[in-house]
Design a protein around this ligand. Structure first.
Ligand code: UDX
Length: 380
């Protein structure tokens, strides 16, 4: 638990704690256990909670509960993508939390806020209202130590493993486990420059049949040329999936579907102007190195971090936030491929590509790291 000590406040007679859990089971449990413990020691407790995954007040008759409307859409909830939901909550909770807390302060003093360490937006609110804030980390102490040591490892030059993008250093080699269908290259040759959106979700992401129907109609309705990789086995419970009735007729002129593509060549093709990706690191790197902006749809783990960097930090793509919905897909594909936002992302990714190329050239950081690695191996 971390306590920020820089705030001096007048302690209320009955110490009053405002507790804000994040709405995930493994975080709600320890936070409410801590609240129960503190209540037994004489503290008065107010739980401010999101209206998504709310705790049941009748289980805690001694606490005051204050719901926080956060406006998560059904689509966002349906994604069950915890990292995305957490990012959205951190963006959307600040104003309502500030309002709710300000109103509580009108009724009497608050001793401090106790919140989950992953609700980082609370720092701004605590600072504005001059309230101390205590963070509860719900993971193990070992995890906290590991995270803390990352900075130290970097400072001491022990995290310098940046020798990529390896596929650019070793062009032409293919280790594809699936047969790459080169028919798409001839199809790409017939398309106009930077008009095609390439759609592929890597080697392990899988979907419901409903998602595929939404993807199909979203692509068809966007009216943009597309090359779509539908990997066998990527639809839950089906070796292959029948695409919706009428889809093939509607997209015959615009679309091409393969089971597996020569992705690096596809991304390097001048007709490709966008990549709808799950943001596996290979796909993300390949897209950047070929200067192709992305529509991000992370599936799990590191892909969520990559998608966030692509969309919010490097600004070379945008994230589909609400799962698979045909109207949102149509809107997002058009934005990426033909609207000004897509043009800006294309410019940003062009600059990032140039940067990557500089890093790989003689004297660049990646080139030098590779040289150091070779020296290190030779010295063993
Ligand atoms: C996994 C994880 O999902 C990813 O998050 C992690 O960073 C690496 O391991 P995967 O899901 O397969 O990988 O995605 P990705 O990292 O993008 O790798 C896919 C590779 O397959 C890429 O190199 C891509 O060029 C290749 N590919 C993909 C093809 O050759 N053809 C295709 O049709 C699709």
């Amino acid at each position: 638990m971390e306590v920020s000590r820089d705030m001096q406040i007048q302690a209320p007679k009955v110490p009053h704690l405002v507790i804000l859990p994040i709405p995930f089971q493994g975080h709600i449990n320890p936070m409410l256990q801590l609240a129960t413990l503190l209540h037994s020691k004489g503290f008065s407790i107010t739980i401010i909670h999101t209206d998504y995954n709310s705790p049941n007040p009748s289980n805690y008759p001694n606490f005051n509960f204050e719901p926080l409307p956060v406006g998560l859409s059904d689509g966002q909830v349906r994604t069950k993508d915890l990292v995305t939901i957490l990012c959205i909550l951190n963006d959307s909770c600040q104003a309502p939390f500030h309002d709710r807390l300000s109103r509580l302060l009108l009724d009497g003093p608050v001793t401090c806020i106790i919140t989950d360490e992953l609700f980082y937006f609370t720092k701004a609110v605590a600072d504005q209202l001059k309230l101390p804030r205590i963070l509860l980390g719900t993971s193990s102490a070992t995890f906290a130590t590991t995270m803390a040591s990352l900075k130290l490892l970097r400072q001491n030059g022990l995290l310098s493993i940046t020798v990529g993008p390896l596929y650019k250093f070793s062009p032409g080699s293919s280790n594809s486990l699936l047969t790459q269908d080169y028919s798409c290259m001839a199809w790409l040759d017939k398309q106009a420059q930077q008009t095609v959106i390439y759609v592929s979700f890597g080697s392990s992401a899988s979907f419901d049949k409903r998602d595929v129907v939404e993807i199909a109609w979203g692509l068809a309705n966007s009216n943009q040329p597309f090359l779509w990789v539908v990997r066998p086995g990527s639809i839950h419970g089906h070796d292959w999936v029948e695409l919706p009735k009428g889809f093939e007729e509607k997209t015959r002129e615009k679309g091409h579907i393969v089971k597996w593509a020569p992705q690096q060549e596809v991304l390097a093709h001048p007709s490709v102007g966008g990549f709808w990706t799950h943001n596996g690191w290979n796909s993300t790197l390949e897209s950047i190195c070929e200067g192709v902006p992305m529509l991000c749809c992370p599936y799990l783990l590191d892909q969520n971090v990559h998608a966030r960097y692509v969309s919010h930090v490097w600004r070379v793509g945008m994230q589909l936030e609400n799962g698979f919905d045909r109207s949102e897909i149509e809107w997002a594909v058009r934005k990426l491929m033909v609207e000004i936002e897509g043009k800006e992302m294309r410019e940003c990714v062009g600059a990032l590509k140039e940067n990557a190329m500089r890093c790989m050239a003689k004297g660049g950081s990646s080139y030098e790291s590779l040289e150091s690695l070779i020296h290190l191996i030779m010295s063993l």
